[in-house]
Design a protein. Structure first.
Ligand SMILES: Cc1cc2nc3c(=O)[nH]c(=O)nc-3n(C[C@H](O)[C@H](O)[C@H](O)COP(=O)(O)OP(=O)(O)OC[C@H]3O[C@@H](n4cnc5c(N)ncnc54)[C@H](O)[C@@H]3O)c2cc1C
Ligand code: SF4
Ligand code: SF4
Lengths: 148, 662
């Protein structure tokens, strides 16, 4: 009986951008090391974290994402030398403006994960999804027309 | 409209064990553009690839979506399959449903749901894929080696022997590097000069090798296959063609008080000098800072004595411009200066030496003619203390965090050499750990400790004290925790191997990345140890990290082989996933140029036909051979003109949309 009344647990929708050289490989390592993290995380592969246009992040929120995380190589380790420095500055700008448009900035994250840090990738994802579960659904920008 | 085939891989039970393959395959069929979907046990196998090729033929597919393992694993495989099926290899997208799904999730339902979404994103992207064609560029068949130590010499010889031209740029007046300064070398104790000098001569006499000594790299532009480099050949004040190396000028020069760099300042040299007798080339250099003629305008004795009229005080630095297909960095190291550690009295007591200074002192051609003595009173020492790990394995504030790798071995060598020559001298070595991995290395160290009766003490030296002319070494014994003191006549510090901070400028010029310790970074720590992440730049020797000579030589050969891999090609095939500007949208603002780490963006004044409006505009143009495809410019571009092929704005947005379509 109890099961019927129990609410379905909230499953946040998380878009995770991973650069090809470090964090995507880190995610691969998490995979080959069989380190679990929630299935809510969906990864998009990009050449470098600096390829992430702030518009992609906004688009994800507009389409109903509950969280967006951008992963790059550690500062100084960027495959393209300086790409992640641009990302750091761009995202700092974007994140600081999110509150203004109605999205808690805690729904976004920028993380450095190296190709060797499979465990770190999994723990960052676990932590982020955990926080989003607490925070609940992204209602403000999530365009209701996008939901089927 | 694309005609997409979706192929879902079981990867045996790796994927099929957690993901409902049938469900994914079925829902793939409903995705836009998909005309065919199938599953297979092992997509990457011969049979799987054949199935893809057949499907392309039978269903007239224009694009292939593979739901399988990581694209880092098999993207190339499936691109080749596409090409074999007559498609453009870039009409392939991969959904990573193994590493990013089946391997990390246990719940079949949610794993299947996620796999479906990843498949959907790949298909959404693929719908927007366009055939891409990699650019081609030529290869200049010449290599530049920067640094003429044993690493640079070996790399140059290997490339030259394979039939290609090599230039060595060495900043000091001679090639040879640190190895030329060493007395004997571990683990065989053969004389360093005896094995190095023939190689130096080989390099100088090789038809394919040109030496630019007393020279530095001033400017680098271009890219793999065609680098353009400005070399500054510093003024020697001696005409290289006329000088016959007689050395009369050196004997005549009245200035005798300049510090010899080669002897680490333990001996003096004249103002006009060759660093050491076997220097290559054997052409003197006037050290303008110490030369009387340059200081006061008087003297000029060398000019008068020189029979071939080779002295040229008016000589200027010469800039030489050369083209290269590849560049090999071999800039080596310098030992850390222990002056910053006051507790060791280095610089305060003449009887505290660095290992390199000790190496010079033990050398028959060195400052003391190979006689071991205390520089304070010229007496023979009765007791010597060696201190290992000076500046190595320290915390970042106090020194270098890494192990310098060679000090345990050369200290064992020094201890043995002392005992061999002077069996009556007491030799003590303070170590934290003795690290001797390497062929015949541990045997070597044990010989020092056991047969030569060297007193190895696991201990940390706290400080040295000058006690009536002797050096009291105060240390704590790490094994029993007690304090010990040893009175020594000579103390030798095994200082850390450090990359010279000046090479950072070179790294910037080459856009080759370096670590926090100024060592050059390799493209992959395990699989690509001699390549820099920047295409066409290779690493040889200690510039990449501490190494002994055998390892340096092995790495030097490896770098040569990698470089030859490029030199032997007539053209290079580029990566087609690079930036592209839309001239109609570009407003010539330079935002993209400012962020490009490679300087790949140029501007041209061009007539643009903007919907019938013709006008001349400054527009961005991406140099295909230089662009590495990072995408920094695409985000910086305010007008939406710059886009990245293979990862276009629309493609990434489509992936975002597909993932969020719940
Ligand atoms: C005290 C001591 C004892 C040692 N004993 C042994 C031993 O017994 N056995 C052993 O195997 N190894 C020994 N080694 C290690 C050995 O010296 C090194 O492995 C070897 O010298 C590394 O060669 P390299 O060519 O990489 O660097 P280096 O010898 O440092 O040569 C680098 C060269 O590049 C030049 N250069 C630097 N910057 C530039 C620039 N910007 N432009 C142009 N040129 C530049 C330098 O002038 C130099 O000639 C010892 C080292 C020390 C310090
Ligand atoms: S001119 Fe300079 S180099 Fe020549 S002899 Fe005089 S001091 Fe020496
Ligand atoms: S993609 Fe990167 S490398 Fe290519 S032009 Fe843009 S900023 Fe330069």
């Amino acid at each position: 009986m109890q099961d019927l009344v129990k609410e379905k647990p909230f499953k946040p929708l998380v878009v995770s951008f991973c650069c090809n050289w470090c964090s995507y490989a880190g995610a691969d390592l998490a995979g080959s090391s069989r380190l679990e993290y929630p299935a809510e995380v969906k990864i998009i592969r990009i050449p470098c974290s600096c390829r992430v246009d702030p518009l992609f992040v906004l688009r994800a929120f507009q389409r109903g994402a509950d969280g967006v995380i951008i992963n790059g190589c550690h500062p100084g380790d960027c495959h393209y030398s300086t790409g992640n420095y641009y990302t750091r500055r761009r995202m700092a700008m974007l994140f600081s403006m999110l509150d203004f448009i109605g999205i808690e900035k805690e729904r976004t994250r920028l993380e450095w994960v190296s190709a060797a840090e499979g465990a770190r990738f999994a723990s960052v994802m676990n932590e982020f999804v955990g926080e989003l579960r607490e925070m609940g659904e992204n209602k403000r920008l999530g365009d209701i027309r996008c939901k089927e | 409209m694309q005609r997409i085939g979706a192929f879902v891989c079981w990867c045996g039970s790796n994927i099929a064990g957690t993901v409902d393959i049938d469900a994914v395959t079925k829902s793939a069929a409903d995705e836009p553009g998909v005309v065919y979907s199938a599953e297979y046990q092992y997509m990457c196998s011969e049979g799987g690839q054949l199935a893809i090729r057949r499907a392309v033929e039978e269903h007239g597919l224009t694009g292939i979506a593979v739901c399988a393992c990581s694209p880092r694993m098999h993207e190339t495989t499936f691109r080749k399959t596409a090409a074999a099926a007559g498609l453009n290899p870039y009409m392939v997208e991969i959904a990573n449903i193994r590493e990013h799904c089946s391997w990390i999730h246990k719940n079949r339902e949610s794993a299947t749901e996620k796999a479906t979404i990843l498949m959907r994103a790949a298909i959404a992207k693929l719908n927007l894929n366009k055939p891409l064609f990699p650019g081609e560029s030529g290869v200049v068949k010449r290599a530049l080696v920067i640094g003429g130590g044993i690493a640079g010499i070996q790399t140059a010889l290997d490339i030259a022997d394979a039939g290609y031209e090599v230039d060595i740029v060495e900043k000091s007046p001679t090639i040879g590097g640190r190895m030329a300064q060493l007395d004997k070398t571990f683990p065989t104790l053969d004389c360093s000069a005896c094995i190095l000098t023939p190689k130096m001569v080989d390099a100088a006499q090789h038809d394919n090798i040109s030496l630019y000594t007393y020279s530095e790299v001033d400017e680098v532009s271009g890219y793999v296959g065609s680098f353009s480099v400005k070399i500054r050949q510093k003024a020697r004040s001696v005409n290289r063609e006329l000088c016959n190396g007689c050395g009369d000028c050196i004997t005549k020069c009245p200035v005798k008080k300049a510090n010899s760099e080669f002897d680490e300042g333990l001996s003096k040299r004249s103002a006009i000098y060759v660093p050491f007798a076997q220097a290559v080339p054997n052409i003197p250099v006037v050290d303008r800072e110490n030369c009387t003629r340059f200081k006061t305008g008087k003297c000029g004795l060398c000019e008068k004595i020189c029979g071939t009229k080779a002295i040229d005080f008016e000589q200027q630095d010469e800039i030489i411009e050369r083209e290269y297909g590849v560049i090999i960095v071999a800039t080596g190291f310098k030992p850390l200066s222990p002056e910053r550690y006051g507790e060791y009295l280095y610089g305060q007591s003449p009887d505290v030496l660095t290992s390199l200074e000790f190496e010079r002192m033990m050398n028959a051609a060195g400052p003391t003619g190979g006689v071991l003595k205390r520089l304070s009173n010229n007496e023979k020492p009765k007791s010597i203390v060696f201190i290992q790990c000076v500046g190595s394995r320290a915390d970042a504030k106090k020194g270098k965090t890494y192990c310098s790798k060679i000090c345990c071995m050369y200290t064992a060598k020094h201890a043995m050499l002392v005992k061999e020559k002077y069996p009556d001298i007491d030799v003590h070595v303070f170590y934290i750990d003795v690290r001797t991995p390497g062929k015949n290395f541990d045997e070597f160290y044990r010989r020092a400790a056991e047969q030569y009766d060297v007193n190895y003490i696991k201990g940390m030296v706290g400080k040295l004290a000058d006690e009536d002319g002797r050096l009291r070494v105060i240390a704590s014994d790490l094994l029993d925790g007690k304090q010990i003191t040893i009175d020594a006549d000579l103390v030798v510090l095994a200082t850390a191997v450090e990359a010279s901070p000046d090479v950072r400028a070179l790294g910037t010029m080459l856009t080759a990345s370096m670590d926090q310790n100024n060592f050059f970074t390799e493209a992959h720590p395990k699989l690509r140890p001699v390549e820099s992440p920047t295409a066409g730049i290779f690493l040889s020797g200690v510039c990449q990290g501490p190494k002994d000579i055998p390892e340096t030589v092995a790495q030097a050969g490896a770098a040569a082989v990698k470089a030859l891999g490029i030199l032997s090609k007539n053209k290079l095939i580029g990566n087609p996933c690079i930036a592209e500007s839309n001239e109609l949208l570009c407003n010539g603002c330079s935002c993209c140029e400012n962020v490009c780490p490679y300087g790949a963006i140029e501007y041209t004044e061009k007539e643009i036909n903007d919907h019938g409006n013709r006008n001349n505009r400054r527009v961005a143009q991406v140099n295909e051979a230089i662009c590495q495809g990072c995408g920094a410019c695409t985000v910086a571009c305010p007008s939406g003109s710059m886009d990245l092929k293979g990862f276009t704005n629309r493609q990434i947005m489509a992936e975002v949309d597909a993932i969020c379509r719940t």
